[in-house]
Design a protein around this ligand. Structure first.
Ligand code: CA
Length: 256
């Protein structure tokens, strides 16, 4: 998805790395597996030397690997990780990406540290009442981040209570709407907003600000954490509107 901020940083880093060495044929799958399959078919017809694929739906990985295998073209998946047995089914298939669990663990550390400042337990019960903005239901990154952010907080000795969880497909606008609904339902009962990525965190902050929160006044503030360290998120953190993010190093991924 060209309009995905994080993937755009990976794409730009790839272009930089490729300059003068690799002729890159870039394709925007637009979040549609059918479109991506057609693009892969075309690239195979063009007899490319290698395929780099950020698969739209990990469930389609085997089909895509089979296409590459029958054309004897090496295939490198990035960002979304296919199952191990899919990768093992072809000797020229690889995955480059971060350990899905790590971003969640780091989020958990950020949340614990912020929580221990003592500022956010609005109802003074020693428990973090939080809402979770989840990317996709079965996406391994979304599942691991949702699980490990909270697990890490618990492992650090802080109790948690989930007030709400909403699937927002990594989308800023959907996250904004979900947060708006939570604010009207729970208001100040919400003590933390955990988001699987910065795009959705940004949406949450937009909704919070529309309701008068997170505008620089410490007394009306709900901490939000994301993942990706996008420029937008870094700007929000600098202004004091957002609490933290986790750097997904797009340059390093392209470098590999
Ligand atoms: Ca509490």
């Amino acid at each position: 998805k060209y309009d995905d901020t994080y993937i755009s940083t990976v794409r730009q880093a790839l272009e930089k790395q490729a300059e003068g060495k690799v002729n890159l044929l870039l394709n925007d799958g637009k979040g549609d597996q059918g479109t991506q399959n057609d693009q892969i078919d075309l690239l195979i017809e063009k007899k490319v030397d290698a395929l780099l694929v950020n698969i739209v739906d990990v469930g389609a990985s085997q089909t895509v690997v089979n296409k590459a295998k029958s054309a004897d073209i090496p295939i490198i998946f990035f960002n979304r990780e296919p199952n191990e047995d899919v990768l093992k089914s072809y000797s020229k298939a690889r995955f480059v990406g971060t350990n899905a669990k790590d971003a969640g663990v780091i989020q958990g550390e950020i949340i614990t540290k912020a929580w221990k400042s003592g500022k956010y337990d609005k109802n003074n019960d020693g428990i973090i009442q939080y809402v979770m903005l989840k990317g996709e239901p079965d996406n391994p990154e979304a599942v691991a981040r949702s699980e490990w952010s909270v697990k890490t907080v618990e492992e650090n000795g802080v109790k948690t209570e989930q007030l709400g969880m909403q699937i927002c497909n990594w989308d800023t606008e959907l996250a904004s709407r979900a947060t708006e609904a939570w604010i009207s339902k729970f208001g100040d009962e919400i003590e933390f907003i955990i988001s699987n990525n910065d795009g959705m965190a940004q949406g949450a902050i937009a909704a919070l600000q529309a309701a008068g929160y997170n505008k620089g006044d410490d007394s009306k503030f709900i901490p939000v954490v994301g993942v990706d360290a996008t420029d937008a998120a870094k700007e929000l953190i600098k202004k004091g509107y957002m609490t933290g993010t986790v750097l997904q190093d797009g340059d390093a991924m392209a470098d590999v």
